[in-house]
Ligand binder design. Structure first.
Ligand SMILES: [Zn+2]
Length: 77
């Protein structure tokens, strides 16, 4: 039951959005790559992206997307 423990330091600096994507059992490297592209894509609104991911079974909070884009995400600290 302890196999998914992650050292606190790593957790503190991981991206909240990417983390959710990686947690999904069917995610591939390509998916992670795509999400990074979507995060950089101004055509994707925060809510639209969060909703689209949630529909795919990846529960992402729009605030996580917003924080990442505003460089307030743990991955940018
Ligand atoms: Zn991030």
């Amino acid at each position: 039951m302890l196999e998914d423990l992650i050292p606190a330091r790593k957790l503190a600096h991981s991206c909240k959005v990417i983390e959710r994507v990686e947690e999904h059992p069917d995610t591939t490297e390509k998916d992670v790559e795509l999400v990074r592209q979507y995060l950089d894509d101004p055509n994707w609104g925060d809510v639209a992206l969060a909703n689209a991911l949630t529909k795919k079974g990846i529960i992402v909070n729009r605030d996580s997307v917003k924080r990442h884009r505003e460089k307030r995400c743990p991955c940018q600290q």
